[in-house]
Design a protein around this ligand. Structure first.
Ligand SMILES: *Cc1c(COP(=O)(O)O)cnc(C)c1O
Length: 377
């Protein structure tokens, strides 16, 4: 079976993990965590990057930093992973879903403004497949209505919008290093912070509500409990795994991009014949080859395609069940406006196997199976 994902491993991970163990430094915020934070600050230009235990937790930190209170409203797409909503729902917010654009599957920036009420506190754009949302428009709306912007850039590490790294455009950005993402530490994430005045509170929230970070920098004599917080820092063992991958970030990037481009070329004929649709990357966006998907005609055709592929040892997967149609989505959210594309487009989408180290042979097999499926349609 050719799986849709194989977790990335570049080969040096074990050396770094062993090094952390040899130095008897395995809890959080040791050298490897610091090196990862510095790498992201350097690479993205973010004022501050803090490694976290997951992207879900980085988003929770952002919700705390936005000071979300019960009754507040947060605007996001319904076509996203549950974590995007969970982080705000945990703080008592109501999630207001708006429709997506069919070309990028990202939030439709032209529908955001009409969903704003006097309770709205934040907009949460999700950069699906590592392709940026229309950030100039979103930032302009946020500025005019005095709203926070939290970028769910879980899939957007190493992607840019008009040359700016995703995750650094809004007030906060959340990255994921789950094993299904381009760069991994098993489970993990990072919070990117734009405004220097937010850094101290972010460090406090991440360290159980204490000013421990300040203490370690020698800025205070004793650390104490100063705010409500949690424990969002990952173990050094995980950070060591990630650091090995960051050092070879370009190699991973190029490998994935090559597969993405090969898929795109191979399916352009089927797309030209109108049998399938391919992903769109707007001109101002450079993406990171996080995902390659095709769109079938409808749900029925996609179901047949996925089972045909499975019978031929190729794993295609679909996602997401729109959040507003899920039990928790109904309980904690509402859909503003009409669901023109969210449900319809999500039902057409199938993800192809794409991971670091996908062989040419396997990739060609995926292409062949999908072409065969469409041969007599
Ligand atoms: C993967 C993902 C998350 C969650 O990431 P974790 O690190 O597993 O918490 C959140 N949002 C999106 C869009 C994702 O793809």
């Amino acid at each position: 079976m050719i799986n849709f994902n194989v977790p990335p491993c570049v080969g040096t991970e074990l050396d770094y993990i062993k090094d952390a163990i040899d130095h008897r430094k395995i809890c959080g915020d040791g050298d490897y965590t610091k090196k990862c934070n510095a790498w992201f600050e350097e690479k993205t230009g973010a004022e501050k990057a803090l490694l976290t235990t997951s992207c879900t937790h980085a988003t929770e930190m952002a919700a705390l930093l936005c000071n979300i209170k019960p009754g507040d409203e947060v605007i996001m797409p319904s076509f996203t992973f549950v974590s995007t909503a969970d982080a705000f729902v945990l703080r008592g917010a109501t999630v207001v879903f708006v429709d997506i654009r069919p070309d990028t599957m990202n939030i439709d920036e032209t529908k955001i403004e009409e969903a704003i009420t006097d309770k709205t506190v934040a907009i949460v754009p999700v950069h699906y497949a590592g392709v940026s949302c229309e950030m100039d428009t979103i930032m302009d709306i946020a500025k005019r209505h005095n709203l926070k912007v939290v970028e769910d850039a879980a899939q957007g590490v190493m992607s840019t919008y008009k040359g700016q790294a995703l995750g650094t455009i809004g007030d906060y950005g959340a990255y994921s290093f789950h094993e299904t993402k381009n760069y991994s530490m098993g489970e993990g994430g990072a919070l990117l912070i734009k405004n220097p005045e937010d850094i101290e509170m972010a460090e406090i929230i991440r360290e159980k509500g204490t000013n421990r970070a300040k203490f370690f920098r020698g800025q205070i004599d004793k650390y104490t409990w100063v705010e409500a917080g949690s424990s969002y820092l990952p173990s050094e063992l995980n950070a060591a795994y990630l650091y090995a991958q960051l050092q070879q970030a370009d190699k991973i990037f190029d490998d994935r991009m090559n597969s993405w481009n090969e898929y795109y070329k191979a399916f352009s004929e089927l797309a030209a014949e109108g049998k399938i649709e391919l992903p769109t990357v707007p001109e101002e966006c450079s993406h990171n080859a996080h995902m390659f998907y095709i769109k079938a005609k409808d749900l029925e055709e996609r179901t047949q395609l996925i089972s045909y592929a499975r019978e031929h040892d190729v794993q295609l997967v679909f996602h997401y069940i729109p959040l507003h149609s899920a039990p928790a989505g109904k309980k904690y959210g509402r859909f503003h406006g009409e669901d023109i594309y969210t449900t319809k487009e999500s039902e057409r989408l199938a993800r192809l196997p794409l991971y670091y180290g996908l062989t040419k042979e396997d990739r060609n097999r995926v292409i062949e199976v999908i072409r065969d499926f469409y041969a007599n349609r």
